[in-house]
Design a binder for this molecule. Structure first.
Ligand code: SAH
Length: 396
């Protein structure tokens, strides 16, 4: 008999709606004594079955739900089906495998009904991240299933900062299955080549979520002076240069990121890309003081807020970035505003674009409201997963 987690009265509705996170506050009691990571059934206060999930007393999310079928345990077969569904989506949207160089997100946690599991594919290598103890405990099974479905040369485990504390699990970066990846792995993005360091690069080596936004922006960059702020390995900048930009200036605080950006420029035969190691806020202010002008300014900062309390300060940061960028934008310039803070909505970002343009006495038009590439879907049951926004606007 599975242990049961019993909900407080009137708290079951989101879970019938297939939301996967059960917070401690919704729980009346636990019947049985499940260990952390064990499978449990979630029941309404009347004792009716709601869903099956994995228990973790150390997390704010005490149960993550995976199966709404009372007879379907969360075993190898179940995990295989879920991952096969995820792989099928990528084939559907990205076309058949493009072999050694194809790079895309294979599984995106709640969006693929596997809360706490992120899998990225970089050609023959996979990276896996666990943000849930229940799935982390099943990592060998998950690795074996991924190996079966995708036949990689190796699977490498990446850990997100702070996750040990949030979930109470000890995880360390390292090979999980097969061969370790090389220090430099080359991937392809719309015909361009990018070097990725899977073991040490930011995120899992590359910002796959921005792929389509990079293409969208590149097509406006021909003949333009482009500033790629928060450039990381030069994703936007190299794409812009390759699309015929007059000049591209990449700015990032990380020297390792900029070294990769220069490498990526070289790999693609781009000669007009410069890199500057600086804090973007300071650097934009310096450029403005020097009265420098750009035709395209791309702002792609890291996440500014991890919890609600941090949102007002984060909004201030975005506002400041926009104020500075507007000073640098030439007439008819394009402003690309990216925001990967999940707690800030598209409407908030629009408001920042609008307000800062008005304050700068500039007229602005929104050309495109964009999200992440389609290999980063959002589940209708857990729309909190939609974190990335990108607004392209023209400033007169
Ligand atoms: N546009 C990139 C992804 C950017 S990720 C792409 O398409 O691949 C955000 C980047 O911002 C990281 O590389 C990080 O090093 C950098 N960063 C964070 N805070 C910064 C700051 N205050 N000044 C400059 N760079 C910063």
């Amino acid at each position: 008999m599975l242990a049961s987690v019993i909900l407080k009265p009137k708290r079951a509705q989101p879970f019938y709606g297939r939301h996967p996170w059960v917070f401690a506050g919704a729980v009346e009691r636990v019947d049985g004594s499940p260990a952390d990571g064990d499978e449990v059934s979630l029941r309404s206060s009347a004792g009716n079955f709601v869903a099956r999930g994995l228990f973790n007393s150390q997390s704010k999310i005490v149960v993550r739900l995976y199966s709404w079928d009372e007879d379907r345990p969360i075993d190898r077969d179940f995990l295989r089906d879920r991952l096969a569904d995820a792989v099928r989506l990528r084939h559907q949207i990205l076309g058949l495998d493009r072999g050694k160089a194809s790079a895309y997100r294979v599984c995106f946690s709640e969006a693929d009904r596997l809360s706490g599991l992120v899998v990225d594919r970089y050609g023959e290598w996979l990276t896996v991240q666990f943000t849930a103890l229940g799935l982390a405990n099943r990592r060998d099974t998950i690795a074996a299933v991924l190996a079966e479905l995708l036949q990689p040369r190796g699977i490498f485990l990446r850990t997100e900062k702070g996750i040990g504390k949030l979930e109470g699990c000890e995880l360390h970066d390292g090979p999980l299955w097969g061969e370790p990846p090389p220090a430099e792995h080359l991937i392809e993005e719309d015909g361009l080549t990018f070097a990725v360091n899977l073991a040490e690069g930011q995120k899992t080596g590359y910002y796959l979520d921005q792929r389509d936004n990079r293409s969208a922006v590149a097509r406006f960059c021909t003949g333009k002076r482009v500033l790629d702020a928060f450039s990381y390995s030069g994703g936007f900048g190299v794409r812009a240069a390759k699309a015929g930009a007059a000049t591209v200036d990449c700015v990032d605080a990380s020297e390792a990121a900029l070294a990769l950006a220069r490498r990526n420029a070289a790999l693609n035969g781009v000669a007009n890309l410069t890199t500057t190691k600086a804090d973007v806020f300071n650097h934009l202010a310096t450029l403005a003081a020097e009265k420098r002008e750009y035709d395209v300014v791309i702002l792609d900062p890291p996440k500014f807020a991890r919890n609600r309390a941090a949102v007002p300060e984060a909004l201030k940061g975005y506002r400041r970035l926009h104020q500075l960028a507007l000073k640098l934008l030439a007439r008819d310039g394009l402003l690309v505003s990216c925001c990967c803070t999940g707690l800030i909505q598209m409407a908030d970002l629009e408001e920042i674009v609008a307000q800062t343009a008005i304050d700068s006495k500039r007229d602005a038009q929104i050309l495109e409201r964009r999200g992440p590439s389609a290999d980063h879907p959002v589940s209708v049951a857990c729309r909190e997963g939609g974190y990335l926004k990108c607004i392209v606007s023209r400033v007169i």
